[in-house]
Every structure is written in structure tokens, then in C-alpha cells.
Write a new protein. Structure first.
Lengths: 271, 440
């Protein structure tokens, strides 16, 4: 399974990016916060087993778009989403789709590390517990171990699984949050500036981790760092003032973008 | 210009005289003044607190001591059951002339001539009239004592108690004081013989209301208060927490919920006597619940405590960082799971503190109980919350209306007991908060 998907990724990389199938499709997505419109008819598709980076200046709507993908915007009062977003074949905003089930398929990692004030073990086990993915103690132990291993945290915390997750360093906390998201076995993981609160060493670790997770998960990452987008992603989408400016292979985006605004932003002329 | 004179050392070109006046001195002076205001405010507060505690304790500590007289009581059959009917008629033991036994014992102890009636009267006045029930209870509990002589510890009458504690000025002419010279002599004689002693007053904790200070205590009132606190806890905590969770987490934010919020805040400020009126109208007149019952008192205090608990709980829920909610929701927890697994446990210390502060407030409340008939002279322990009962602060209020010296000390004594309850509850709140507090 693991080998298969890794092979698929390699194959995909060998071919051009644009032959990889779409995991999520966003069509004419607009978001309104009350009267204010935050996104203007965005058409952006997320490719399977690919890291898609969303870049753009502050307030451009990249986080808003990210949060439409697992309906985290539902928690905001007065927020309205129009257009269509599909995950595989399912319409995310279909009233028949249960938001709890959706979020089990589309996990999320936040800007600030936010472990629960519980033990490391309970942090990771919480998702499987509420979704009934594990039943016995040994099943839970397995899920916790594999998730922490996937998040590259196992060796650091295996001797103190029952200490509070909030006692870890910032970078470790963020990887714990990634392990927590991974434990539910989602199909897509959304990351909202996951490294903005971390130092460069912790950032490097998380970036390496994102690179490894790519073989099993589809990842969408919002970042303010051009270098990070260039390092971790295969596809990049540039937002500006609520519009999708350009979406392209990351290599092309950073060397020869189609749009002048992308060029200007990447060169640091505005933003 | 120094920088020209020595080119290697560059000193600011600005001359010292041009130094800007940015009011440093003024700012520090203002800060010092503010500190002095603060310290004097706190000192004043501490002074009044110390004054209050000193008044209460200096008046009240003697209430925890009681003078007793231990006499060998001869349970003469001739007095208790002259006709030998106790086997057939249960009333005989209940209605027997027990004070006569005390009188006989006193005559023997003090060596008085039984024919000198005023002297005998003075002697019997030294022992509390509550001795009747005390001896009756002994005999009823064990009729085999009849015919035997056993030492019984009797309560001294309140004035003798006060005199023995040195609270009565004996230099005043005896016609102007309640304790006569003869009684003082006897008192001192009995004290030196070890018959009359001071001991710890357990009665103040166990007795109910009584017109005789030595036989009155806060036991019955404390049980009434306990019933009410249980009712408040059982009703106000779940209702208050459920209401707060709904308002804070589920309810849409619109005009109606704004109105509800404003009203809850207003209700917290409504004078408590108004809740008493409400209880009288709704629970007693409309719902037909019994008057003076702890049930009604508890319901009224629940209504009064609810706004406090709701406000404290909402503040505690608001203080839980939104990142925890996002984390749980992002994992696919439902709203209910998010609240009950993560938000509520984190808000628990605040909720418990609010609840205990609300309970302590309710424990000290007297005014609403006035209107539902709980300011009552209740002698016997209520068997259930439906039976007439009274409350600790009400007992204090009623004793404060009495003029006797012994009631004055009991008033302060009861205040001490109430204060100890409150301190214990507040300590409990602090400990619970420490216990549940978790960092994130």
C-alpha cells in the first residue's frame, strides 16, 4: 500500500504534474463574511498526493479558501459559501454530507500549535477514539505509535507518552498536532501556516515531514514564506485580494510565472 | 564642541542645557501618589476587617463554653411514679415532676432548709429549666434508673453562666442584678467543690431555638441551611451550567439572546428580598408549597444564585482559548463532543468557583427567607425539607433581637460558626480550582 502510493508519486513526478488526478475540485467558490466578500469565484483544484501551496499577501483569502475545504468556516457566524467544492465525487457543501465525517476525511493543522491539555498519548488517541477507529488498548497503542512515527516524533516522546502534550517545545507540539491529524487517517491534510510560530530548525523538521507525508496524503498548505512554498510544494496557487491570480507547477511559478502580479509578489515588490 | 576636539570619541552634539523636559519627575510623583492611595485603601480595609473580627470574636468566644452543675440525682419512684402505673400508662414518665428531683438534689448539695421556700426558689433558679426534659429523656430511655442515684450534669441557668464567666458586674447592688448574693455564694462554693464547672459547649452546635439561652443552639438552623444548600446545589448547578453552555455555545447571537443576557445581568443585581416576594407569590401562594419549609427557601435561593452561576460559567467558557475548539472541530469532533470533552473540563475551575461563591452568598442570605416564613422559632430538627425549619443567618438575626447577656454572646458565637462555614466553602473553592486547573 505504502510502496504502491510512493511509486505512484514518483511516477507522477516523472510525468508532468498536470496529469495527476484531482482530489478536490473547487468551482466558482465565493465566500462572504456578512456583507463583505472575501473570495471571488475561485476555481482551484487540488491534486492527489501532492503538496499544494497557497501563497499571497495577508488578507488575500488563502486561509479562507483553505477553511472552505473542510467547512471550518461553518463555525464563523455570518459566513456564507457559494460555488461548489467536491472531495472525490462528494459535494462538500451538500446538506447530505455530514460535517463530522468530512472533517474526519479532511484533517487540519493550525497556525499556532494547539495540543489539548492532555497527555501526548490522549492527544493522538482522541481522533480515533471519537470516530471509533480503534477499540482495544493495543489498537490504540498501535495507532498512537504509527501516527507519532509518521510525524517523526516517536523517538522523542516514546518514553513520556503520558506527560502533557503542552509540555513539549513549540516544534514538537506542532508535530504532535500533525500526528493527531494523521491518526484519523484523513485523505487530505490542510495546514494553515504551520511553521509561522516555529524557529528555523523546527520549521525544517516540519517541512521534511510534509515531504514524507505526501506519499500518503494530499496536502494543502498556506504559507507566507516563498522559500517554504518552493521547498515543500509541487503546485502553487497565488491569491490576491480574494482572487486566484495564478495556479501552476511550483517550479514554473518561481522561475517563470504567467502573471505579472505573481512575479511582483515573489520578487517582493508588494505584499 | 567636544567631537571636534577629539575626533576618536564622538559625543552627542546636544548640549546638556537643551535636555528635553519630558516630565519624568511628574510621572514618578504620580506613580508614588497612586501607590500611597492604594496602600491606604488596603490598610483601611484591613483595619475594618480586623475591627469586625475582633468585635465578633471577643464577644463570641465565650459562647463556646457553658457552665454546668453536676448533681447526684436520686430518681425517686415516689416522685416519678407515685401510683406505680408506668407499665400501663406511657404518659406517666412523660409528665412526671422532674424539677422536684433537681430541687431535692440541690437542697442536699447546698444544705438548705427545705422549709425556707424563697431560699429553695433561689437555689432551683440556678439550674436551667431545660433540666426537666434532660431528666425525662434519661428516664424514658432507661426506666431502670428509677430508684437509683446517679450523677447528672445539668446546665446552669444563663445568668449564673454569665456570672461565672465574669460578665456580670457583682459590685452593683443585688436588687439591680439578676444573680443574687446568695446565689453567687453557692456558685463559688459549688465551683470550689468541683460541682460547678465550665466545659466546652456542645449544645450550641446541637440545640434548636429556645427562650432559654443555655438551651439554645444553631443545630436546627444549620440543618435547615444544609437542606437549602443541597437544594440550591442540585438545582442551580445543572440548570445554570446548561443555560450557560446553551447561551454561550449554541444560541444564535441575535436580539433575543442579547435581551436574555442583559436580563441575566440585571437579575444578579436584584435585591434579594424581591426574590423572597417572588417565592411567596409563586411557590407558596400559587404552587401551594408549605410555609417555612426549607424546600421553598432552597428554591428561592436557587433563583437568586442562578444568575451568579450563569455569569461565572459563561465567563469561564469564554476564557477557554478558541484554538482548543478549532483543534477538536478540525479533528471531526461534533460540537457536543468539543464542548463536553474539551471546553467544559477547561472551564471547570471557573464554574466551580462561581458556584461555591454563589452558594456562600446564598448561605448568608436572610432577607428572602423573611417573606416565606423561615424567620421562625423552630425547636425540633426538621425531618425533611418539607417541614418547618430556619437558617443560620436567620438564627443570628433572631438572637440579635434578644436582650439577655447570654444571647449576646450566642449571637456572636453563631456569627463565628457562619464565618467558619463561609471560610471553609471559599477554601474549598480555591482547592477545587487548584485541583482542576490545567495549563495550555
Amino acid at each position: 500500500m505504502n510502496i504502491m502510493s510512493e511509486a505512484a508519486v514518483e511516477k507522477a513526478l516523472d510525468q508532468k504534474m498536470n496529469t495527476v488526478p484531482y482530489k478536490m475540485i473547487g468551482k466558482d467558490v465565493s465566500v462572504y463574511y456578512g456583507e463583505k466578500r472575501a473570495l471571488f469565484d475561485v476555481n482551484l483544484n487540488i491534486r492527489e498526493n501532492t503538496v499544494t501551496a497557497l501563497i499571497g499577501p495577508s488578507g488575500c483569502g488563502k486561509s479562507t479558501f483553505l477553511r472552505t475545504l473542510n467547512r471550518m468556516n461553518d463555525t464563523i457566524e455570518n459566513c456564507r459559501v457559494t460555488g461548489k467544492i467536491t472531495l472525490d465525487e462528494d459535494d462538500v457543501y451538500d446538506p447530505a454530507i455530514d460535517v463530522v465525517e468530512l472533517r474526519a476525511r479532511v484533517g487540519m493543522v493550525f497556525q499556532k500549535p494547539n495540543p489539548f491539555p492532555k497527555s501526548i498519548y490522549d492527544n493522538v488517541a482522541y481522533g480515533p477514539r471519537i470516530h471509533g477507529l480503534a477499540r482495544t488498548k493495543s489498537e490504540f497503542d498501535d495507532v498512537v505509535e504509527t501516527s507519532l512515527q509518521k510525524a517523526g516524533l516517536w523517538n522523542e516522546v516514546k518514553d513520556r507518552l503520558h506527560e502533557p502534550g503542552t509540555g513539549l517545545s513549540g516544534g514538537q507540539q506542532q508535530r504532535l498536532c500533525i500526528a493527531r491529524a494523521v491518526a484519523v487517517s484523513p485523505e487530505v491534510i490542510l495546514m494553515d501556516e504551520p511553521c509561522s510560530a516555529l524557529d528555523p530548525i523546527a520549521t525544517a523538521k516540519v517541512e521534511e515531514l510534509i515531504h514524507e507525508l505526501r506519499s500518503n496524503f494530499t496536502i494543502v498548505i498556506v504559507t507566507h514564506s516563498m522559500q517554504q512554498a518552493a521547498r515543500v510544494s509541487q503546485r502553487t496557487a497565488m491569491f490576491h485580494l480574494g482572487n486566484l491570480v495564478e495556479e501552476n507547477d511550483t517550479d514554473k511559478m518561481f522561475t517563470n510565472p504567467d502573471d505579472q502580479r505573481t512575479q511582483d509578489y515573489i520578487m517582493g515588490r508588494f505584499g | 564642541m567636544t567631537d571636534i576636539a577629539s575626533p576618536t570619541v564622538r559625543i552627542s552634539a546636544r548640549p546638556a542645557s537643551a535636555k528635553r523636559d519630558i516630565g519624568i519627575k511628574r510621572r514618578y510623583a504620580a506613580e508614588r501618589r497612586f501607590r500611597i492611595y492604594g496602600i491606604s485603601a488596603i490598610s483601611l480595609g484591613l483595619f475594618f476587617l480586623a475591627l469586625l473580627l475582633w468585635t465578633v470574636f471577643s464577644n463570641g468566644y465565650t459562647a463556646f463554653q457553658q457552665t454546668t452543675i453536676t448533681l447526684p440525682i436520686e430518681f425517686t419512684e415516689k416522685v416519678i411514679d407515685p401510683k406505680g402505673e408506668r407499665a400501663t400508662d406511657g404518659k406517666v414518665l412523660m409528665t412526671a415532676n422532674y424539677p422536684l428531683l433537681v430541687r431535692d438534689a440541690l437542697i442536699k448539695q447546698l444544705g438548705i432548709d427545705p422549709s425556707k421556700r424563697p431560699l429553695v426558689k433561689q437555689a432551683t433558679d440556678m439550674v436551667s429549666a431545660s433540666s426537666r426534659t434532660l431528666l425525662r429523656d434519661i428516664v424514658v430511655a432507661d426506666p431502670s434508673v428509677i430508684g437509683k442515684t446517679i450523677p447528672v450534669t445539668l446546665l446552669a441557668e444563663a445568668n449564673v453562666d454569665s456570672a461565672f464567666k465574669g460578665q456580670i458586674d457583682l459590685s452593683v447592688d443585688q436588687s439591680k442584678r439578676k444573680v443574687k448574693d446568695q446565689q453567687v455564694t453557692w456558685m463559688n462554693d459549688m465551683a470550689s467543690a468541683g460541682v460547678l464547672t465550665k466545659s466546652f459547649n456542645t449544645g450550641i452546635f446541637t440545640f434548636g431555638a429556645s427562650s432559654r439561652p443555655e438551651a439554645s443552639g444553631v443545630g436546627v438552623a444549620a440543618l435547615g441551611s444544609l437542606f437549602m444548600m443541597l437544594i440550591v446545589l442540585v438545582l442551580a448547578l445543572p440548570i445554570g451550567v446548561a443555560a450557560s453552555i446553551y447561551l454561550e455555545e449554541f444560541a444564535p447571537k441575535n436580539r433575543l439572546t442579547d435581551l436574555i443576557e442583559v436580563n441575566i445581568n440585571n437579575l444578579a443585581a436584584v435585591p434579594s428580598i424581591v426574590y423572597g416576594l417572588l417565592g411567596l407569590a409563586v411557590f407558596i401562594n400559587f404552587a401551594g408549597m408549605p410555609r417555612s419549609a426549607a424546600l421553598v427557601g432552597g428554591l428561592v435561593l436557587t433563583l437568586m444564585t442562578l444568575p451568579t452561576i450563569i455569569i461565572a460559567t459563561r465567563a469561564a467558557l469564554k476564557a477557554v482559548p478558541p484554538s482548543i475548539r478549532s483543534a477538536a472541530l478540525g479533528l471531526g469532533a461534533s460540537k457536543m463532543q468539543t464542548i463536553f470533552h474539551h471546553v467544559l473540563p477547561l472551564a471547570m475551575p471557573g464554574i466551580l468557583t462561581g458556584t461555591i461563591i454563589g452558594l456562600a452568598h446564598a448561605l448568608g442570605e436572610t432577607a428572602p427567607l423573611l417573606l416565606i416564613g423561615m424567620v421562625a422559632f423552630v425547636v425540633d430538627y426538621p425531618g425533611s425539607p418539607m417541614e418547618p425549619s430556619t437558617a443560620l443567618p436567620v438564627q443570628i438575626y433572631m438572637w440579635a433581637n434578644e436582650a439577655e447577656r447570654a444571647f449576646v454572646e450566642r449571637t456572636s458565637g453563631a456569627i463565628i460558626i457562619l464565618l467558619i462555614f463561609l471560610v471553609v466553602m471559599n477554601l474549598g473553592a480555591i482547592l477545587l480550582r487548584r485541583r482542576f486547573e490545567r495549563r495550555w
